[in-house]
Write a protein that binds this ligand. Sequence first.
Ligand SMILES: [Zn+2]
Length: 139
Amino acid sequence: MIEGMTPFVMTDACPCGRQQQKKPIPFSQCCGRWLETVFPALDADCLMRSRYCAFVLERAPYLLKTWHASHRPASIEFDPGVKWLGLEVRSHTVLDATHAEVEFVARQKPVSGPAVRLHERSRFVLESGHWLYVDGDAL
Ligand SMILES: [Zn+2]
């Protein structure tokens, strides 16, 4: 946990916003299953959501681990003071056994200026039993 951040606990509602019977799912039963353990995310949708949480919680090692080597940056810098406002997964398309796409809208609020909407179609590939983020097109 980064110093100065609001303490986040496993029983809090998952930042990815997933719901079950119209109730938020606790982080421990949602993206925490992948972020806090060695188990690989079940599918590209789960990976996408857990990576959003990793941005919210500033977990650079998880983001690097789940980034395909062909596009992985050397390091990740988090913009200080950014507030993530929410994630909306628009679609999850399984292309074949090892390729999938996820379209999402994530919203964030920089320290200064208006909220920003990130709308992207991301590509994911399954390698050695692990879904990995490859890259995406801004929409
Ligand atoms: Zn989640």
